[in-house]
Design a protein around this ligand. Structure first.
Ligand code: FES
Ligand SMILES: [Fe+2]
Length: 389
């Protein structure tokens, strides 16, 4: 990724020449990949075999803080233990499978609502009511079942549920959330949309003028963005017009905060958008080919000097978030729901992504590559199973 100073010069060059970043070629994505239940199922299986961001570390501030939700259709609970470590378990009681936690909160122990079995924050089975009813139960081997791996990177909790097929987003992860960013809002929403449509809508600036004529375009440019990739991840930079004020600014220690919108796609399901005055993190949980649940977290902007956000900065962040939900986000939502509704029209067998849309090309080509790997992995796994049986 370019430094802010390099990014500024690159952007000024585009402004002066009326140009934008260009990919090498078109990409054709089959419409079937948005509609097919088989493809949906493969994407979900892949989700279980990659490191996938589950929630921000900031959502787990204290010992006992937990977040429970499904990931790739599997209910999980991620919790900070008394030792400060963050662990992730399958959210299912070892007696008869009841889910132990719901939503988010802070607890000392996970007590099952069905018959009262209780688990410590590190997953150990602590208590079984009327234990003499289970003469053969070994409590030590009946703790909560952990996921394959948890990693904390760039302010996010990455969960790999099962043996992975590759490094995925962790292949080369950019710097994302910093500790001084204040988490001020979290919410959940469900959209009758294939998750890829929403992702695509954030990854190019070609649509800014026609789709956002009064919300974004007056502050930005028509079809001017900088696209960078890091491993399978990408970062699209949309400059605001006010960036031109920095033309003669000293390049040393230059910061482009508030001068650009940065859209990070953390391969493949997560977006982190650093906007004018706040940062929006969104975790997609595809529930079917046509339905996606989103877990959204809003933060203040990072501060280069590491200091905490002031009350005024927090107020500005909240105002910015409200402005976006009332304007640009609705315009984007209308576009994706219209595309979703027209998908069955049969007009297109493929969608065409041009040279301005290379970040989308990057997402789809990496997704295709990883799905192929998953296919090989599953074939070799079933080959081994056949050998053994
Ligand atoms: S299912 Fe949890 S205690 Fe019975
Ligand atoms: Fe948009």
């Amino acid at each position: 990724m370019r430094s802010d100073a390099e990014l500024l010069d690159h952007i000024l060059n585009h402004i002066d020449n009326g140009t934008t970043d260009l990919g090498d070629e078109d990409w054709f994505e089959p419409v079937e990949n948005y509609t097919s239940p088989l493809r949906f199922d493969a994407e979900r299986r892949l989700m279980r075999r990659l490191p996938i961001p589950f929630c921000p570390v900031a959502a787990l501030p204290n010992a006992g803080s937990y977040v429970a939700r499904a990931s790739a259709g599997v209910p999980l609970v991620v919790v900070r233990g008394l030792d400060g470590s963050i662990r992730a378990f399958r959210n299912a009681c070892r007696h008869r499978g009841m889910q132990l936690a719901d939503g988010s909160g802070c607890t000392k122990i996970f007590r099952c609502n069905y018959h009262g079995w209780a688990y410590r924050l590190d997953g150990r089975l602590e208590y079984v009511p009327h234990e003499h009813g289970f003469p053969e139960l070994d409590k030590n081997s009946n703790g909560l079942v952990p996921v394959h791996e948890v990693e904390i990177r760039s302010g996010l909790v990455f969960v790999t549920q099962d043996e992975p097929v590759g490094l995925g987003a962790l292949d080369s992860l950019p710097d994302l959330l910093t500790e001084n960013q204040v988490l001020f809002d979290s919410s959940e929403s469900v959209e009758d949309i294939n998750w890829k449509l929403t992702a695509e809508g954030t990854l190019e600036g070609y649509h800014i003028k026609p789709t956002h004529p009064e919300s974004f375009y007056p502050y930005g440019y028509d079809n001017l963005n900088v696209i960078e990739t890091q491993g399978p991840n990408s970062r699209v930079c949309f400059p605001f017009r006010r960036i031109e004020k920095l033309r003669d600014a000293p390049r040393e220690n230059l910061s482009l905060d508030r001068m650009v919108t940065l859209v990070h796609r953390i391969f493949p399901f997560t977006s982190i958008n650093q906007l004018s005055q706040h940062c929006h993190v969104s975790f997609a949980e595809p529930e079917s080919a046509t339905r996606t649940r989103y877990f959204n977290y809003k933060f203040t902007l990072p501060k280069p000097n590491g200091s905490a956000a002031t009350e005024e900065e927090l107020a500005r962040a909240k105002k910015d978030a409200a402005f976006l939900s009332d304007t640009g986000n609705q315009e984007d939502a209308k576009v994706v729901s219209d595309i979703q509704a027209a998908m069955s029209s049969g007009a297109n067998t493929h969608y065409r992504f041009g040279r301005f849309e290379s970040a989308i090309h990057h997402l789809h080509s990496n997704l295709a590559r990883y799905l192929e790997r998953l296919d090989e992995f599953e074939k070799s796994e079933s080959f081994v199973k056949d050998l053994i049986s």
